[in-house]
Write a protein that binds this ligand. Structure first.
Ligand code: ATP
Length: 679
């Protein structure tokens, strides 16, 4: 029904075959998407637009998709916009001939810089008609802004933003001349609005990347059918197209590789043309939390499983191709590092697919000591862990945090790391993800040679006996690990599931047994100045979980415990850079005066936090719609554990997960605790 309501005619009639895709056309679709909250309608608008691109200007499909997902390039390309609020305000002021004070005052009143830009542009009288923006031009302009570096970078970024802004928005001017107040016009198709929101990193359309992938698949299936003159499409074909694209993307998350292949060979042939390969990092498989060993036994009842040590370091995906195989892997040639100490190409990627090679040159320099000569190409899943050279033991995570993140020189490294490998995703020209874990483990152990303090295989025990599992758990903790990762060992279910939090991997942390099941990763939205000794720093902070459905941050607790004086000082200087004038429109928080933090932050920083339990509170907003009692879920006695530099704010614990934890706890503690805290 949604599709029927949306479909029918092209959203942008003026654009002709062969024309570059007009940016205004994309913005028209954005505004249609922004005006609805219905998932099916959002997806249908998106798909309809992509069909139009495929029909008229397929060469712009890649740029269109990048702009739809609010990313200029893949994460592993290391190109980030990172434009702060003040630069954007400056660019808006200078483009529209207004003073900084006027723009700031508008920002204060309206709250959304996108709308401020739209309003400023629409009130502006322009002497000449600018050349209209195109999707490709905007994409290239944004890429150029992201890659500006070095002396005078800020000024040059502002100039490039001004250039884009000054070509934006004949449409908004027309609207405002018709007397429409575009700051109240939620779906106003203003180009400046979406340009600015893109620069801020949040389009706020409710358009998730997953939806774009599904819409892209649907558009492609329909387009191919139309080309063949086939108007009757079965739902099976649509579902098949979606499944193919999702599966291919999970193993090869690169639109730059997939889209040209899809255009050249068709969506149903994608699997043959796009395969997992070194050079394109994939999102790692994740584990589900459990509260007890008995829960693990219940889940894996009757099936074989393995208990591996859960090392407490940083997730790392190591990619390697030997010199004589480089020709087989085109992506590797552009993304992997040459001469990193080994012959061939190699790189290390984070959990987020960011390139960590500059953080761990010492690992890359030693690769050839542990790669067996017959091992020619691989993608390895592992954990980098701080290592004590004297005692020859694993060190706690805190040691690893003291390493510099960038431009590390192998010879200056003070905190030594050892690689603990636990999975292999690609080996000698072939993806191994579909094999069982038992088979993958065999391949892993055959392909590498442990070297003390450099490379080891994750310790494991294959047992179903509760006492033996308990002993393994105790031993892992004694060895400075966090607990166990329990994994399905045989059958199809034990395949590697990229980017999935799977029930076939369970984590048992040492301190679960009394807590709520897992720590949470939360976004820092605000802070309160300290009292007593702490007046010059922030003494407490306001944290939020991520509502992935609505793409907003919902407050979940205040936290003031777990910080040393030194950490508070460091946090003060780090967070001061992210102070913003007022909460963003995509923060859901209490509006009661006494609940307001002293300062608000741009949502950038993620912290791991532990809590005694979860409760309902009118002060916080986490999962409030889900709870249905006008109270959000909040953390009781939260405690700071560590900063999560490897997680982006939208990878924080979701409010859905918080609600799941709350319900799980409720069913366990029903009657023993009230569960409701009126704060
Ligand atoms: P999640 O990754 O589940 O969102 P998280 O990043 O907080 O949560 P943990 O809950 O600590 O991670 O558990 C998973 C992480 O444990 C993995 O991402 C990996 O970095 C680490 N790890 C350590 N040892 C292993 C192992 N043997 N197998 C898989 N992962 C391991």
């Amino acid at each position: 029904q949604a599709a029927l309501k949306v479909s029918g005619k092209d959203p942008y009639p003026d654009w002709k075959a062969g024309d570059p895709v007009p940016y205004a056309a994309l913005c028209t679709t954005f505004s249609l998407i922004e005006m609805t909250t219905k998932r099916l309608e959002i997806s249908a608008h998106c798909s309809l637009f992509l069909q139009q691109v495929l029909r008229l200007t397929p060469g712009d499909l890649l740029s269109t998709v990048q702009l739809m997902i609010n990313k200029v390039a893949a994460d592993y390309a290391g190109i980030e916009l990172g434009i702060g609020e003040s630069l954007i305000i400056k660019a808006i002021s200078e483009t529209t001939g207004r003073t900084l004070a006027e723009t700031k005052a508008d920002h204060h009143k309206i709250g959304d810089l996108g709308l401020v830009a739209a309003k400023s542009r629409s009130n502006q009288r322009t002497m000449f008609k600018p050349k209209p923006l195109t999707v490709k031009g905007v994409h290239e302009g944004l890429l150029a802004i992201a890659s500006v570096q070095g002396h005078g970078a800020q000024e040059r970024k502002v100039n490039s933003i001004k250039k884009l802004l000054s070509s934006a928005d004949a449409a908004a001017a027309a609207k405002s001349q018709k007397g429409i107040d575009i700051t109240k016009d939620k779906g106003g198709a203003s180009e400046s609005k979406y340009l600015i929101r893109f620069l801020e990193g949040k389009l706020r359309l409710g358009l998730a990347e997953k939806t774009v992938i599904v819409a892209l698949a649907q558009a492609m299936v329909k387009h191919e059918a139309a080309q063949k003159g086939n108007k009757l499409l079965s739902t099976e074909q649509m579902a098949k197209g979606e499944a193919v694209l999702k599966a291919v993307y999970s193993e090869l998350p690169s639109y730059e590789v997939i889209i040209p292949q899809m255009l050249a060979h068709g969506i149903f042939n994608l699997r043959d043309n796009c395969k997992l390969q070194p050079g394109v990092p994939l999102k790692p498989m994740l584990a589900k939390p459990t509260k007890s060993i008995t829960e693990v036994l219940d889940r894996f009842e009757g099936k074989d499983f393995t208990c591996e040590y859960k090392y407490d370091g940083e997730r790392a995906q190591i990619h390697y191709v030997a010199p004589d195989t480089v020709q087989q892997f085109p992506a590797a040639k552009t993304t992997l590092q040459k001469d990193a100490g080994v012959k061939g190409l190699s790189s290390i990627f984070s959990r987020n697919s960011e390139d960590l090679s500059k953080k761990y040159p010492d690992i890359l320099a030693k690769l050839n000591t542990w790669i067996k000569p017959e091992t020619k190409s691989f993608v390895l899943d592992c954990e980098t862990v701080a290592w004590d050279m004297e005692t020859k033991k694993v060190l706690p995570f805190q040691q690893l945090m003291t390493r510099k993140r960038k431009d590390v020189k192998a010879e200056d490294v003070k905190v030594k790391v050892c690689v603990f490998a636990f999975d292999i995703l690609f080996l000698n020209g072939e993806a191994t993800v579909k094999k069982s874990l038992r088979e993958r483990r065999e391949l892993l152990h055959e392909a590498f040679e442990p070297v003390e303090g450099e490379f080891a295989f994750a310790q494991f025990g294959d047992t179903k006996e509760i006492e033996e599992i308990q002993t393994l758990l105790d031993e892992s903790v004694k060895a400075s690990c966090e607990g166990l990762m329990v994994k399905m060992l045989d059958t199809e279910e034990s395949g590697y599931e990229p980017s999935k939090r799977s029930r076939n991997w369970l984590k048992v942390k040492k301190d679960y047994l009394s807590g709520i099941g897992d720590s949470l990763d939360l976004v820092v939205l605000g802070a309160y100045f300290g009292k007593g000794k702490r007046t010059s720093v922030y003494g407490a902070f306001l944290l939020a979980a991520y509502n992935a459905n609505d793409q907003v941050y919902e407050t979940v607790c205040n936290i003031g415990t777990g910080f040393s004086e030194a950490i508070l000082e460091e946090l003060h200087s780090q967070l001061s850079e992210h102070v913003i004038d007022k909460p963003k429109p995509f923060y859901r928080h209490s509006t009661v005066k006494n609940d307001q933090p002293d300062v608000w932050f741009d949502a950038r920083v993620v912290w791991e936090v532990k809590t005694a339990d979860l409760t309902l509170s009118p002060r916080y907003r986490a999962a409030i719609d889900d709870m249905g009692v006008n109270k959000g879920i909040s953390l009781r006695f939260p405690r700071f554990i560590k900063q999560r530099d490897d997680k982006k704010p939208d990878e924080a614990t979701t409010t859905k997960a918080v609600a799941e934890m709350y319900r799980k706890q409720e069913s366990v503690t029903k009657d023993s605790k009230g569960g409701v805290d009126d704060d």
